[in-house]
Design a protein around this ligand. Structure first.
Ligand code: S3P
Length: 743
C-alpha cells in the first residue's frame, strides 16, 4: 500500500463525485480515514454500507473539532450549496486543514468564499475534476472514476503552497492528471465544452418530449439520439446550479451556438451544399482530432508521443508490383493552389501522409471547404486568391518544412495575421531563407531565435515583386517567393543556382496562371487568377526510391513500381543508380496532367561505388539516405560532395546516416558537404544493431531497406514520422518481401 498522501478525508456531499474520490483514495491507501457528511441519514448509512466512508454524519459541525492539520475537506455538493458548507466550515475549521471542492464553476466558489471569510482563505484550493457520468448519487460512486482524467485546480494568489501540494498529491494518488488554470479561464472553457452541451442535450430532449408525436419519436430514436442526449440524464439540481452560477460565460456560448445553428438553418433552407459540407467536414476533422487526443494521439503531438520502433529481420527479397503513395510535393501544392483557385478542384492520388494533411488542415482552418481525403480523392472548393479567412489560432504544421515555407509565401500577402508552428524537428529548421526574401518584398515576418520557427506573419502588408537570386538550390524557397509573387505588385522572378523540383511552376501553369521560364529563371506577375481543375498526383519517386534501392541491392529481386512521377527535376535517383550499375527500366512512359510518369522496373544487379555528380544532388535531394544504403552495398568507394543541404533536413541526414551506418559496421565518413562510404560489394553488407532515425522518416525507411543485406536484426528507433510521407510503408515493405515488424 502507498504512503497516505493526506490525513483524513471529509467528503461533504456523498454522491458520484465525492463518493468516487473517497473510494479511490481508500483503494490506493492514500488517506487514513474517510468521514462522510450528507444531508440525509439514509445516504450516510449507504455510504458506510458501500464502504465509501468509515463513518458518516449529517452535521458537519459535529466532526470539525476532531480534524487535524493534514486533513482534507472535499466539498462535493451542488454549486449553489457550496456557500452554506463554507459557512459551516467558517464556524469551526481547525488550522492546518485543507479545503477543496469539485464544483463545475469556479467563479461562484471564489465568490462564496469571499462572502463567508471576507477573502479567499489560504487553505482553500478550488478544484474541478473533469470526470463524471450521467449517473448520480451515492450508489454511482466508483473507485476508478478519476484514472487518467484531468483535474483542474484554480489556486489564487493567497492559496498556500502547502495546501495546493496536498490537493495535488491527493488527486494524483487516484490517477488524476492535475493542471492549474486561472478561475475565469476555467469558467469560460467549461461553459463551452461542458455547460453548453448540457443545455443543448436537455433542450433537445425536452423539445422532442413535448412534441405530440413524441412516443413515435422516442420509439424510433436510435444510436445517434441516445449518444447525443446521454447527458440529459444528469442530475437536474446540479445542472440548474451550474447554469445560474456561470451565467455570463454560458450566455456567450449559447449565443455563439445559436448564430451557428441559424446559419446551418439558412443553408438547409437554401439547399447550400457547400456551406453544409464546410461545417460538416470541419467538424468531422475536429472531432476525429479530438478522438485522437483522447486516445493520447493528438495530431499535434503524435510525432513525439507515439513511439514506433521498426524491427527489421535480416534477409528477404523484393518482388511484385507496387504502387507507392502520391507525391508529397504535389499533394501540398494541390491543396494550396486548389484552395486559392476559383471553382472546384478534384484531386486524385493525394498523399494521405501527415505532412500533406497538415497543409490540408491549415487551409480548413482558414475557411476552405475540403472534402476527403478518401482513398486519395480530395475535393477542394476554392475561395479565390483573396478568400482565405484568419485562422482561429496558430497553424500547426507538424514535421512539414514544405508546409511552413510555402505557406509563409502565400500568407505574407494576406489581410490577416498568422503564426506558423511545428514539431520539435521543424522548430529547429532554418526559416531565414524564406523570411529574408519575403521581407525584401515588403512582408512583416518574425522568426524565433536564430531564424527558427515559429513564424509570425503580419497581415495587411503591400508586397512588391523582386528579382531574387537564390543563395541555395531549394525548391521550397523558390516556391515561397513565387507564391508571394501572386500577391505582389509587378513581376517576381527567381533564379536558382541549380535546377530544383519545378512542381510549383508546372502546377501554376496547370491552374491557368502564366509563369515564364527561361533556364534557371522563373517569373510571374501578381494580380492574376487561378482556375480550378483536376489533378492526378502520381506516385512519389522519393517513396519509390526505397523499393528501387531495395531491389537493386538484393539478389533475386524484381520489382515494378507503378505510375511513378519522373519529372526531370526529380530523377536524380534514377541517374545515380544507373551510374552505379543498377538494372533499372522505365516502362509505359506517359504524360499525366503535365507531369511525366512511368512504371519503373528494378532488378538486382551488382552495384559499383561512384563519385556522385554534384549536378545530380538537387535532383535527388530527398533520396540520399536510401542511396547511402545502396553505396554501402556497392563495390568500392562512393563519394558525395556539394550536399550540405542534407544537414538541414528533418534531421542532419549526413550525420544521422553516418552514425547509423557505423553501428551496422559500415565504413562511412561524414564530410562537411557529403560523405565517403566504403561499400561491401557482394555478400553481407551490414551487421545488426540498434540505430536511431532521430524522428526522420527517410532515415527510418533507409535503414529498414538495409536489413535486406544484413546478417542480424536491425532495430530502428523513432519511426513514427514515417507516417509523414509514407504511412503504409511497413505494409508495402512486408508485401514486397521484407521482414519488417513494428514495436
Ligand atoms: C520540397 C523541396 C525540397 C525537399 C522537400 C520537398 C518541395 O526541400 O527536400 O522534401 O516540395 O518543394 P528544399 O527546398 O529545402 O531542398
Amino acid at each position: 500500500m502507498a504512503e497516505p498522501k493526506i490525513g483524513r478525508l471529509v467528503v461533504v456531499g456523498i454522491g458520484l463525485i465525492g463518493g468516487s474520490l473517497a473510494l479511490a483514495l481508500k483503494a490506493a491507501g492514500a488517506c487514513r480515514e474517510v468521514i462522510g457528511v450528507a444531508r440525509r441519514a439514509r445516504t450516510c448509512e449507504q455510504a458506510v454500507e458501500l464502504g465509501i466512508a468509515d463513518r458518516a454524519v449529517t452535521d458537519l459541525g459535529e466532526i470539525l473539532p476532531q480534524l487535524e492539520p493534514g486533513d482534507v475537506v472535499f466539498v462535493a455538493v451542488p454549486t449553489l450549496a457550496v456557500e452554506s458548507v463554507f459557512a459551516d466550515l467558517q464556524r469551526g475549521l481547525p488550522a492546518g486543514v485543507t479545503v477543496t471542492d469539485g464544483a463545475s464553476v469556479k467563479g461562484s466558489v471564489v465568490a462564496a468564499a469571499e462572502k463567508v471569510w471576507g477573502r479567499v482563505p489560504e487553505f482553500l484550493v478550488p478544484g474541478h475534476p473533469i470526470a463524471g457520468s450521467e449517473q448520480s448519487g451515492v450508489t454511482a460512486a466508483r473507485d476508478d472514476l478519476y484514472i487518467a482524467h484531468r483535474i483542474i485546480l484554480t489556486p489564487l494568489a493567497d492559496t498556500a503552497a502547502e495546501h495546493l501540494a496536498r490537493v495535488e498529491a491527493m488527486w494524483r494518488a487516484v490517477g488524476g492528471e492535475v493542471l492549474n488554470m486561472p478561475v475565469d479561464e476555467h469558467d469560460e472553457v467549461l461553459a463551452a465544452t461542458s455547460h453548453l452541451p448540457h443545455v443543448i442535450a436537455y433542450g433537445l430532449v425536452d423539445t422532442l418530449a413535448h412534441d405530440a408525436e413524441n412516443e413515435n419519436i422516442f420509439r424510433y430514436a436510435a444510436g445517434g439520439f441516445r449518444d447525443f442526449t446521454r447527458i440529459a440524464s444528469s442530475d437536474p439540481v446540479m445542472w440548474r446550479d451550474i447554469m445560474l452560477a456561470n451565467r455570463e460565460a454560458i450566455l456567450k456560448a449559447i449565443d455563439l451556438y445559436t448564430a451557428n445553428l441559424a446559419s446551418l438553418r439558412a443553408a438547409v433552407a437554401a439547399g447550400d451544399s457547400e456551406h453544409l459540407m464546410g461545417v460538416f467536414t470541419r467538424a468531422k476533422a475536429a472531432r476525429d482530432h479530438f478522438t485522437k487526443m483522447l486516445a493520447r494521439k493528438a495530431y499535434t503531438d503524435s510525432m513525439q508521443a507515439q513511439e514506433v520502433t521498426f524491427i527489421a529481420q535480416p534477409g528477404g527479397t523484393v518482388t511484385g508490383k507496387l504502387r507507392v503513395p502520391g507525391d508529397k510535393s504535389m499533394s501540398h501544392r494541390s491543396i494550396m493552389l486548389g484552395s486559392l483557385a476559383e471553382g472546384v478542384t478534384e484531386v486524385e492520388g493525394f498523399l494521405e501522409g501527415e505532412d500533406a494533411l497538415a497543409t490540408l488542415q491549415a487551409f480548413r482552418d482558414m475557411g476552405v471547404v475540403i472534402e476527403g481525403p478518401v482513398g486519395g480523392r480530395v475535393t477542394i472548393y476554392g475561395v479565390g486568391l483573396h478568400g482565405l479567412q484568419a485562422p482561429p489560432g496558430p497553424l500547426y504544421l507538424g514535421n512539414s518544412g514544405t508546409s511552413m515555407r510555402l505557406l509563409a509565401g502565400l500568407l505574407a500577402g494576406q489581410a490577416f495575421d498568422v503564426t506558423l508552428t511545428g514539431d520539435e524537428s521543424l522548430s529547429k529548421r532554418p526559416m531565414n531563407r524564406v523570411a529574408d526574401p519575403l521581407r525584401e518584398m515588403g512582408a512583416a515576418i518574425e522568426t524565433g531565435p536564430e531564424g527558427r520557427p515559429p513564424l509570425v506573419i503580419k497581415g495587411g502588408r503591400k508586397l512588391h515583386g523582386i528579382d531574387y537570386r537564390l543563395p541555395m538550390a531549394s525548391a521550397q524557397v523558390k516556391s515561397c517567393v513565387l507564391l508571394a509573387g501572386l500577391y505582389a505588385d509587378g513581376a517576381t522572378s527567381t533564379t536558382e543556382p541549380a535546377p530544383t523540383r519545378d512542381h510549383t511552376e508546372r502546377m501554376l501553369t496547370g491552374f491557368g496562371y502564366e509563369v515564364q521560364r527561361d533556364g534557371a529563371r522563373a517569373t510571374l506577375r501578381g494580380g492574376g487568377k487561378l482556375a480550378a481543375g483536376r489533378i492526378d498526383v502520381p506516385a512519389d519517386i522519393s517513396s519509390a526510391t526505397f523499393f528501387m534501392v531495395a531491389a537493386a541491392i538484393t539478389p533475386g529481386s524484381d520489382v515494378l513500381l507503378e505510375h511513378v512521377g519522373i519529372n526531370p527535376t526529380r530523377d536524380g535517383v534514377i541517374n545515380i543508380l544507373r551510374l552505379m550499375g543498377a538494372d533499372l527500366e522505365l516502362q509505359n512512359r506517359r504524360e499525366v496532367g503535365g507531369e511525366p510518369v512511368a512504371d519503373i522496373r528494378v532488378r538486382h544487379a551488382p552495384l559499383k561505388g561512384i563519385r556522385i555528380p554534384e549536378k545530380q544532388v538537387p535532383l535527388a535531394i530527398d533520396e540520399f539516405p536510401a542511396l547511402f544504403v545502396a553505396a554501402a552495398c556497392a563495390e568500392g568507394e562512393t563519394v558525395l560532395t556539394g550536399a550540405e543541404e542534407l544537414r538541414v533536413k528533418e534531421s542532419d541526414r549526413i550525420q544521422a546516416m553516418a552514425d547509423g551506418l557505423k553501428v551496422l559496421g559500415v565504413d562511412a565518413e561524414p564530410t562537411p558537404d557529403g560523405i565517403v562510404i566504403q561499400g561491401a560489394g557482394q555478400g553481407t553488407a551490414f551487421g545488426g544493431g540498434s540505430v536511431d532515425s532521430l524522428g526522420d522518416h527517410r532515415i527510418a525507411m533507409a535503414f529498414a531497406v538495409a536489413s535486406l543485406r544484413a546478417d542480424a536484426t536491425i532495430r530502428i528507433q523513432n519511426c513514427a514520422n514515417v507516417a509523414t510521407s509514407f504511412p503504409n510503408f511497413a505494409e508495402l515493405a512486408t508485401r514486397a518481401g521484407m521482414h519488417l515488424q513494428l514495436a
